[in-house]
Design a protein around this ligand. Structure first.
Ligand SMILES: Cc1cc2nc3c(=O)[nH]c(=O)nc-3n(C[C@H](O)[C@H](O)[C@H](O)COP(=O)(O)OP(=O)(O)OC[C@H]3O[C@@H](n4cnc5c(N)ncnc54)[C@H](O)[C@@H]3O)c2cc1C
Length: 307
């Protein structure tokens, strides 16, 4: 595997006890069409704070929602992946973007709304918000980023860091292969479709694969998930995954990693994985889901951010 070095990054310049004040500059729905899964692209202006120019793509920004929780304690910080490139949104070092899904749930007939995501999604340009960060020291592009191929696996808002990374890699003129596998339940939930289709049309070395889990069915009746792309798009992905200089990044829903790791192993791509227990001595087709969940960890070539 080609050597890589990760950049040194600033961490926690602002903390929950000492947050910075940012101003919202834009806040818009960024899915293909209006969808019950409401996802918004939100940009913060951090000018006048020490966060100007500090966020690297792959890091997260902390947001402190106002108010108190049910115990009367101030609401805790929530993290959001930066979706702008390291240079800043539109090349402006004072602008940091993220991609936020309104969290909501119904449990036993009672409807709950997530505190911070709904607070953020309701903000208007000019509104102030308390932020912290940067957060995250490993989920980054290497300093010699153009020397690698990339396979990005995203579910839902897990697309956030990859928007910024794709912008950054192509701005640097990457000639290696970059594949984005994006999974979501319905076609209406596809995030940043216009930008990604434009990139696909412009760059032969950018591969944009959408896996829609609840509308389409594979030939055997099973669903399309990000991990099934390794089978369904083997023509595109196998040569990239098999190359010496490929790094993989996963971001999104907790649990997505297990299926991806299991399928990588089934295809013999073991160098992305660290196997615990006796997994290495057994055929991957005999591994149970529970075993895979507990005993497959990422290797140095794999970057994982799941929440
Ligand atoms: C490193 C990292 C990066 C992240 N990046 C992103 C990102 O880019 N975009 C993004 O959208 N999110 C991201 N997240 C997740 C984000 O931090 C929040 O967890 C998410 O927005 C939900 O927070 P919330 O305050 O809105 O919901 P919370 O108030 O924390 O509630 C969580 C869920 O529980 C439900 N709920 C609330 N009260 C109850 C109850 N009493 N009973 C049952 N259910 C209840 C809510 O409806 C909600 O769905 C990231 C997380 C991490 C750790």
């Amino acid at each position: 595997m080609a050597e890589f070095e990760l950049p040194t990054v600033d961490l926690n310049v602002y903390s929950p006890k000492n947050p910075a004040e940012a101003t919202i500059v834009e806040n818009y729905v960024c899915t293909a069409e209006s969808s019950p899964n409401i996802i918004r692209h939100i940009t913060f202006d951090v000018s006048g704070t020490d966060l100007d120019g500090k966020f690297k793509v792959g890091q997260s920004i902390g947001v402190l929602p106002p108010g108190e929780d049910h115990r009367g304690k101030p609401h805790k910080l929530r993290l959001y992946s930066v979706s702008s490139p390291s240079k800043g949104e539109n090349g402006k070092s004072n602008l940091v973007s993220t991609t936020v899904k309104r969290a909501m749930d119904e449990v036993d007939g009672t409807f709950y709304m997530g505190v911070c995501s709904n607070y953020l999604c309701n903000l208007k340009p000019g509104d102030k918000v308390k932020v912290t960060g940067p957060s995250g020291r490993r989920y980054l592009l290497p300093t010699n980023a153009k020397d690698f191929n990339y396979v990005f696996f995203a579910t839902g808002t897990g697309i956030a860091p990859f928007r910024g990374m794709i912008m950054e890699l192509f701005e640097q003129g990457i000639t290696n292969q970059v594949a984005l596998i994006f999974g979501c339940p319905y076609r209406t939930d596809v995030i940043y479709p216009n930008y990604l289709h434009e990139m696909e049309a412009k760059h032969d070395n950018f591969h944009y694969i959408k896996m829609i889990s609840r509308e389409d069915r594979r030939q055997d009746g099973s669903k399309y998930y990000v991990q099934t792309a390794i089978d369904d798009h083997a023509d595109t992905l196998s040569p990239i995954l098999g190359a010496e200089n490929t790094l993989i990044y996963l971001c999104g829903m907790k649990g997505m990693e297990t299926g991806i790791y299991q399928n990588l192993a089934k295809h013999g791509f073991f160098s992305y994985l660290t196997l615990k227990g006796d997994l290495a001595d057994r055929d991957p087709s005999t591994w149970t889901w529970e075993e895979a969940k507990k005993m497959i960890k990422p290797s140095v070539r794999t970057f994982e951010e799941v929440y």
